[in-house]
Design a binder for this molecule. Structure first.
Ligand SMILES: Nc1nc2c(ncn2[C@@H]2O[C@H](COP(=O)(O)OP(=O)(O)O)[C@@H](O)[C@H]2O)c(=O)[nH]1
Ligand SMILES: [Mg+2]
Length: 241
């Protein structure tokens, strides 16, 4: 939010003092992002050395992230640990713990309600979870298509989920989330055919903002596309770059 405000202030003419204050704020932000990236790189290297594939799931609230992780555990087995990000509640971590896996919940609400996760928090969560008995680590990032895209959490692969009920225009409105993700899962395809939704249009809009983004259609409810998703996970793309 504040970064959007910064951009607006910077572009308004005749406001030199505000402009210099905002320039300083941006410089601080760049320093924070640089520090975040250094921790993220360290996490990525460390997990690679331990042969643990780390996936960062991003989407709007309700697109099906937790449900997808549940289905993934059922198909891939229990050598999966999950870091859950939400403003409030431990509901998602509890859902996953019921499947017999370790899940660590991060709540940002008590600390100002940040709408993204940062690498240093992931570092702490990994230390708490421990690396034993883990082949895969998932982060379910905080639900929105804006802030999580700006912060590298150290994942080997970012995955963007978009459900068919969100509309085809979202890649054009929130391009960064799609640009930092080599894989986009179109979720809830069991809802097709929806009267006002075109899968072809959504694919075209994803291609416009990120031509390299692979698109896989899935449904956690009827199982469509889940085998393709599991196959991608087994290949661990991005881990050896
Ligand atoms: N029809 C349908 N509903 C789904 C699917 N995946 C998730 N849902 C439902 O969407 C809602 C939100 O899912 P959830 O996994 O909690 O979303 P999250 O907020 O992204 O973690 C729940 O009611 C799920 O049952 C799907 O593939 N098809
Ligand atoms: Mg969830």
């Amino acid at each position: 939010m504040s970064r959007v405000k910064n951009r607006r202030l910077l572009s308004s003419p005749g406001c030199a003092i505000t402009r210099s204050m905002e320039t300083k704020k941006i410089a601080v932000m760049q320093k924070l992002l640089k520090a975040n990236d250094a921790v993220a790189d360290q996490i990525r290297r460390e997990l690679k050395d331990k042969h643990i594939f780390f996936v960062n799931l991003m989407s709007s609230p309700g697109s099906g992230k937790t449900t997808l992780v549940e289905e993934t555990v059922k198909k891939l087995g229990k050598r999966i640990k999950v870091i859950e990000g939400d403003i409030q509640t431990t509901l998602d971590a509890e859902r996953l713990q019921k499947l017999g896996i370790q899940a660590f919940q991060i709540n940002t609400g008590p600390f100002g309600g940040d709408c993204h996760l940062e690498a240093s928090w992931i570092r702490t969560a990994i230390d708490e979870l421990g690396a034993d008995g883990m082949d895969y680590l998932f982060v379910e990032n905080i639900g929105n298509l804006v802030c999580p895209a700006e912060f590298d959490v150290g994942a080997h692969m970012n995955v963007l989920l978009i459900s068919v009920t969100e509309g085809e225009d979202k890649p054009l409105k929130y391009p960064l989330a799609f640009q930092v993700s080599p894989l986009c899962l179109v979720t809830k395809i069991d809802f097709l055919p929806l009267k006002n939704f075109s899968l072809a249009k959504l694919r075209e809009n994803i291609r416009k903002v990120n031509p390299a983004c692979a698109v896989v259609e899935v449904s956690a409810h009827d199982g469509s596309g889940i085998d393709s998703w599991i196959e991608i996970l087994k290949n661990k793309p991005g881990m050896n770059r």
